[in-house]
Design a protein around this ligand. Sequence first.
Ligand SMILES: [Zn+2]
Length: 80
Amino acid sequence: MTRTVIPKDCIVCDVCNKQLSDSQFIALDYCFWYEGWLYCNDCNKEHKPMRELKLIMEIQKGQDVSNTDLALPIIMEFGD
Ligand SMILES: [Zn+2]
């Protein structure tokens, strides 16, 4: 098994790819973290999740999210 770890340098909106934190994972904007999805405030208003997504956290501008799962590196595993 080959394991590749891709560190994140910030968090982005999963809908429009807008950057939502700086490199220290301090939020740049108000955003909504649903299970498996991160929505910026604009996308949350315009594209209300179609099905009921579980809201994990509302993130305020200036909030430190470096100790949450959002800041964890992306781990990709490939079978040999
Ligand atoms: Zn967005």
